[in-house]
Design a protein around this ligand. Structure first.
Ligand SMILES: Nc1ncnc2c1ncn2[C@@H]1O[C@H](COP(=O)(O)OP(=O)(O)OP(=O)(O)O)[C@@H](O)[C@H]1O
Length: 461
């Protein structure tokens, strides 16, 4: 724990005066002044927001690569829509107060007077999203091998560290939209948490937080977060648990190729039966030890418990991931690879704790199935589990359902007291290229649906 708190202290650079606690450190962290850009400056830096600089499109607008300061600074400019003005203001407010090495930090912003919107200027991440790395074997024109086990654990640990830092800050931040597409990979191969449009800063009993309707992305959203008063940092822990299952299995949070499509309903019963190997992505070349898979799966299952209070907090998750990372680094395969590639490693403190959990399946509303299995450190992966996994994968087609965001209407067409679900259906087709199978996103559709808080939340699981 000594390592943890020390690491978090130094890793979180808090710009927020609320968060600067003189008792914690004598020297407050250096403040990075927020830059206010002129529109013309950003237009020039993005080649007039040209297609060549286009990086991607989210539910709040388009993102462009910008070359600033005579080529010395690469940035990503988020050009948002009028409808998402409140989320942009929220993102600026939070990111101007909090910085972290595993976050996509804010550089500045610009007010576009003509379109009555703001443009966000954030750090440029050159290596795409974790979602792409997990789910697409190709990126651009070059064939990419599936993410190695070590990279998966490294990214999970980095995001866990960022999230722990946010939750334990003097004025805590709850992200509310943890998902693999909100995790970007920087030029050094580090994972960074992005997209703070739905994040909330403050203590959970603050009036403003208590008045904010639930929000998140379907598939990752905590089913016990039904009303503003239900908000706790444990909702992020739930989403992180889904992310862990996604990282281990390589399947989407909601994936129609699987039965059941929801990763929790699919993974927790497998874990309950001790079929940890069946949960592990068979594309991982150097298969991790069954003990490492089991540890991670048990932690993921604990994170998605239906009772929020029973979920671990992020400090515990960080410790677990450090242990798993250490296990990977101690494996002979990893040592061989490290010698060959010169891949650096982080120092980790290993805390050996005996994990005993009693998991509950999280399913629609109050319908929850009690799990009987108690996982212990000594559980092993049954041989038939691996066979089973192969069968699951062979039956895999490529249709997938993307996330549905619950929160303020991105198109601004709905009354304030309603919650809007935007369902983006991503239909993917597999086609064979000359060099092998490749996934292609062939269709992306948005549908806005208005629901009351309860209706939406109960339908999510
Ligand atoms: N800082 C960045 N550096 C490089 N590319 C980025 C950066 N931020 C976003 N992108 C690219 O732009 C795309 C859209 O990002 P954005 O944050 O607007 O939406 P999203 O998170 O993908 O979707 P949603 O807003 O619906 O959650 C991302 O998928 C990514 O490819």
């Amino acid at each position: 724990m000594g390592y943890l708190s020390c690491n978090v202290e130094s890793a979180v650079s808090i710009c927020d005066p609320y968060n600067c606690n003189p008792r914690r450190s004598k020297k407050p962290p250096p403040q990075t002044p927020l830059r206010v850009f002129k529109y013309d400056e950003l237009a020039a830096a993005t080649n007039g927001f040209s297609a060549g600089n286009f990086l991607g499109k989210g539910s709040h607008g388009r993102v462009y690569k910008a070359v600033l300061d005579g080529g010395k600074l690469l940035a990503a400019v988020k050009r948002t829509t009028i409808a998402s003005a409140s989320q942009v203001d929220n993102e600026i407010e939070i990111l101007s107060r909090v910085r972290h090495r595993y976050m996509v930090n804010l550089i500045g912003y610009c007010v576009d007077q003509r379109r009555k919107t703001k443009l966000l200027v954030v750090e440029y991440m050159s290596n795409g999203t974790l979602h792409d790395h997990l789910h697409y074997s190709r990126s651009g024109s070059s064939l990419q091998p599936p993410l190695s086990w070590n990279r998966r654990i490294k990214h999970a640990l980095q995001i866990a560290i960022a999230l722990h830092a946010l939750h334990s800050a003097e004025t805590p931040v709850i992200h509310r939209d943890i998902k693999s597409s909100n995790i970007l990979i920087d030029g050094d191969g580090n994972a960074r948490l992005a997209d703070f449009g739905l994040a909330l800063i403050g203590h959970v009993d603050d009036e403003r937080l208590k008045a904010t309707p639930p929000a998140g992305t379907m598939g990752y959203l905590d089913p016990s977060y039904l009303a503003p008063a239900d908000l706790t940092a444990k909702s992020d822990v739930f989403s992180f648990g889904i992310l862990l299952f996604e990282i281990v299995s390589g399947r989407d949070a909601i994936d129609l190729n699987y039965s059941p499509p929801c990763v929790v309903d699919w993974a927790v019963p497998l874990a309950r039966r001790g079929e940890y190997g069946a949960l592990c992505d068979s594309r991982i070349r150097n298969r991790p030890s069954s003990a490492a898979i089991r540890r991670l799966v048990v932690m993921a299952a604990r994170c998605v418990r239906s009772t929020a209070e029973k979920r671990p907090d992020m400090s515990e998750v960080v410790e677990c991931l450090k242990t798993v990372r250490k296990m990977a680094q101690e494996s002979p395969v990893w040592n061989r690879l490290r010698r060959r590639t010169g891949d650096g490693s982080e120092n980790v403190n290993v805390s050996e704790e005996k994990e005993e959990i009693n998991v509950r399946i999280v399913r629609g509303g109050s319908a929850k199935k009690k799990m009987n299995k108690v996982f212990t450190e000594d559980d092993t992966v049954p041989e038939q589990a691996v066979t089973r996994r192969n069968r699951v994968l062979r039956s895999r087609s490529v249709g997938a359902m993307g996330g549905a965001r619950v929160g303020p209407d991105p198109n601004g067409v709905v009354e304030d007291d309603k919650v809007v679900t935007t369902i983006r259906v991503l239909v993917e087709r597999e086609r064979l290229g000359k060099t092998g199978a490749m996934m292609k996103l062939s269709k992306s559709r948005s549908v806005g649906i208005v629901r009351s808080h309860k209706t939406v939340s109960l339908r999510l699981y």
